[in-house]
Design a protein around this ligand. Structure first.
Ligand code: URA
Length: 208
């Protein structure tokens, strides 16, 4: 697997700076997550397949296209929730499947506490949504769950990644492409991304 895709879009850089700012309050923070997620998804989905579909304009009939593959949005609870809305508006036909993971404090491994995926896969492209790719533990586990489910094409969409998280996801699942708004410097001793933006869940939901 190659390097993660880090957005170079000026709008992403501008909005990410506002998102990082510690004085940005919850409402604005949620708006920014929604907007940046949409921009990252736009980049991540540039290789989606389309099939031809003729369309009648007011003047004539011409060749059009429609998306060929059903898409699943898989937010990791809870901080992935804020990434759903903007992407879903752009792809209203997407299915949304939630996965809840917590960290077992003894083993330090992520454990699944919520997963209502149906028995057989219903989508062919899965987008895992989690704003912070920190240690990579949750992302690795989410990919494992989706692969067991039968998903074949999986992409990870986040806002900020740490080198440790990218390395973990790349080495366990080299087939999963990673899309981020920024790759930061390191993790601190509490596994927060530095410089980062703090706790993405608390800042979205006003629970700090
Ligand atoms: N989760 C967060 O919300 N922030 C981090 O910096 C790392 C993990």
């Amino acid at each position: 697997m190659g390097k993660p895709h880090i957005s170079n879009h000026p709008l992403v850089k501008h909005k990410l700076t506002l998102l990082r700012d510690k004085t940005t309050e919850s409402k604005k923070f949620r708006e920014l997550i929604r907007e940046i997620s949409l921009l990252i998804a736009y980049e991540a989905l540039s290789d989606l397949a389309v099939v031809p579909k003729p369309v009648e304009t007011p003047l004539t009939t011409t060749q059009g296209y429609k998306l060929a593959e059903p898409i699943g949005l898989i937010p990791i609870l809870r901080s992935g929730l804020g990434m759903v809305e903007g992407i879903w508006e752009m792809i209203p036909s997407a299915e949304v499947w939630h996965i809840g993971l917590f960290r077992d404090e003894e083993t330090l491994r992520p454990v699944s506490y919520y997963n209502r995926l149906p028995i057989h896969p219903t989508v062919s492209v899965c987008l895992i949504l989690d704003p912070m790719l920190a240690t990579g533990g949750s992302a690795v586990k989410a990919v494992e769950i989706l692969k067991k489910w039968g998903a074949r094409r999986i992409k990870f969409l986040g806002l900020i990644g740490a080198p440790e998280g990218v390395e973990a996801l790349n080495s366990e699942h080299p087939d999963v492409e990673i899309y981020l708004a920024a790759l930061d410097d390191h993790l601190n001793e509490r596994a927060y991304i530095v410089p980062g933006l703090g706790d993405a869940g608390d800042r979205q939901f006003g629970t700090a």
